[in-house]
Design a protein around this ligand. Sequence first.
Ligand code: UDP
Ligand code: MG
Length: 324
Amino acid sequence: MKKVSVIIPLYNEKDSLPLLYEELGQALESYTSDYELIFVDDGSTDGSFQVLRDFQTRDARIRVVRLRRNFGKSAALSAGFRLADGAVIVTIDADLQDRPSEIPKLFRKLEEGFDLVSGWKKPRRDPLRKRIPSLIFNRVTALLTGVPLHDINCGFKIYRREVIEEIKVYGEMYRYIPVLASYRGFVVGEVPVEHGPRRFGKSKFGATRFIGGFFDLMTVIMLTRYNKKPLHVFGVLGASLFMSGLVIEAYLSIGWFFQRWIGDRPLFILGVLLLVVGVQFISFGLIGEMIAYSTRRDEDYSVRETVESDLRSAAEIRVPLVRR
Ligand code: UDP
Ligand code: MG
């Protein structure tokens, strides 16, 4: 096993690659020579792959994965994680906005006892239209998940291998790896990193990336907090709606006994609506429970280590059978 794997997802970053390669080499050499660089070409059309292949013929520590078309950064990262051999895995953007010279800083933080350290771009060299949505996004995420990172979306991170082996990433979910990791008991931290303006090419993401992000956030919250008890969310919600409906209808019924016609009252309709929606929510919760039960994996927990004697496996110390 290699000591360190660096995963670099890239899409049309031809001009950044030579400098990136050189700077990565310098930054890693100061730490170890036992590393690999995994470039994941996410369907580039600008000749990035040819540049990478050229590096590869000269340096055996380089591995290049070429996706058949542009699948998106998340897919590119997954492809890289699958290949990575290292005990420690670094991810870094290819556009030189993340500085390879900051990698040792991530290593130092990891060695303080963290399992995952996220970069925190500070100050961030992106246009305001990107910084403001990002700020809101990070605040809301920190608040709702309880994982207090300032820049959860940062592409510059370092992981212990165990983290990657345990966490499944799909869709745009890579943003939430820290949340999923923290939920499984991994120690998550962050460290401020230098951030540069984009030097070559152009950004692949606009501010719209955050819209889908909030839906992913809902998914993550369901998956972490309520994964094993969907009925707890839907049940509480459904029961309170149902009870409010019941109270409304009871109140109207009492009036009806005193000759008050209730068929045309808006409150009547509201009460019925609450009853129906309440029952629906409870049913969702029950279906959720059935799905959770039938798809339950054995690894609903995460083991840090197991301590036991080596002698256990030796056949000689079999416990003698006691005969009376
Ligand atoms: N990227 C990718 N596939 C995509 C879009 C982006 O591999 O479909 C890579 C991109 O080449 C870069 C990193 O993801 O290395 C971050 O993208 P970008 O710099 O465009 O994002 P920004 O820094 O503007 O948020
Ligand atoms: Mg960038």
